[in-house]
Design a protein around this ligand. Structure first.
Ligand SMILES: Nc1ncnc2c1ncn2[C@@H]1O[C@H](COP(=O)(O)OP(=O)(O)OP(=O)(O)O)[C@@H](O)[C@H]1O
Ligand SMILES: O=C(CO)[C@H](O)[C@H](O)COP(=O)(O)O
Length: 244
């Protein structure tokens, strides 16, 4: 289930033909936020969107969920609706977590881990613990992108567990920040125009995580199960509690 929260006021409705999704994305970028609304009955062939007016500029969407809940999968689908296939930065780090399409750039907040895999192990913290993340840098860079300034964002390499050299991110029309903590830091939260939380049951998310981490990240079943157990208290303390 996705919980969608509009963060700005002054809402108004607009009706956008489904064949004009690309235009809708641009329109989206020029406004502060929108949300699917149940208060307007959609007519056949139309999508009803509720918008809030704001200045032109980058719209920032926060997408939160635990690891393996389908954030990347969902964003690939959404960015393709906004226009163009979502792909990693051309010629960059093959292990980049960033996805860029015509109107949208998705950055993964795992890139703001301040501790790499070994560092977390040594300190006995999980990636969900705020102590393992650099919220000052996250805030500075999201704020810069929102105001039209390119940034050099670090990369957390999920294959090696190391922090790789930075990649340049240019300000897009729509910026999605996806990860564990898009709404955790108040300063970052205030930059969001729209927020989404993917609320996936433990049973489903653990099944998805196990098959993905074994197939794509080279982890053993035992290590994934151990990680799932170790993460539960921090999920309750820092992630789930934010949204319930
Ligand atoms: N809607 C879906 N239906 C079926 N399977 C899905 C769906 N969404 C995700 N999955 C499965 O779950 C796995 C994890 O999804 P994904 O990589 O998108 O999660 P994530 O939240 O981005 O994870 P992480 O934060 O750890 O990178 C995928 O490899 C896919 O197999
Ligand atoms: O919670 C997570 C978000 O994806 C990851 O577990 C975290 O980023 C650490 O990654 P890895 O397990 O590859 O070291």
């Amino acid at each position: 289930m996705a919980i969608c929260t509009p963060l700005n006021s002054s809402t108004y409705s607009s009706i956008i033909p489904q064949q004009n999704h690309h235009d809708a994305a641009v329109s989206f970028a020029r406004r502060a936020c929108w949300r699917a609304t149940s208060s307007h009955r959609p007519r056949r062939g139309f999508t009803v969107i509720t918008c809030a007016s704001s200045d032109a500029g980058t719209v920032v969407i926060g997408l939160a969920a635990d690891s393996g809940c389908g954030k990347s999968t969902f964003m690939r689908r959404l960015t393709s609706v906004f226009g163009g296939a979502a792909e990693p930065p051309k010629g960059g780090n093959p292990d980049s977590n960033t996805l860029i399409s015509d109107t949208t750039t998705v950055i993964c907040l795992d890139d703001y881990h301040s501790l790499d895999r070994t560092g977390r192990k040594e300190k006995g913290v999980t990636a969900l613990d705020p102590k393992a993340n650099d919220f000052d840098l996250m805030y500075d860079q999201v704020k810069a992108l929102k105001s039209g300034v390119a940034v050099e964002k670090p990369i957390y390499n999920h294959v090696t567990g190391l922090l790789d050299p930075a990649e340049v991110i240019k300000p897009p029309k729509i910026l999605v920040i996806e990860g564990l903590h898009p709404m955790f830091d108040e300063r970052v939260r205030k930059l969001l125009d729209f927020s989404i939380y993917l609320d996936i049951s433990n049973e489903v998310k653990f099944a998805w995580k196990i098959q993905r981490d074994m197939a794509e990240r080279g982890h053993s079943l035992e290590s994934i199960k151990a990680s799932i157990e170790a993460r539960k208290p921090d999920f309750d303390a820092y992630i789930g509690i934010t949204y319930h």
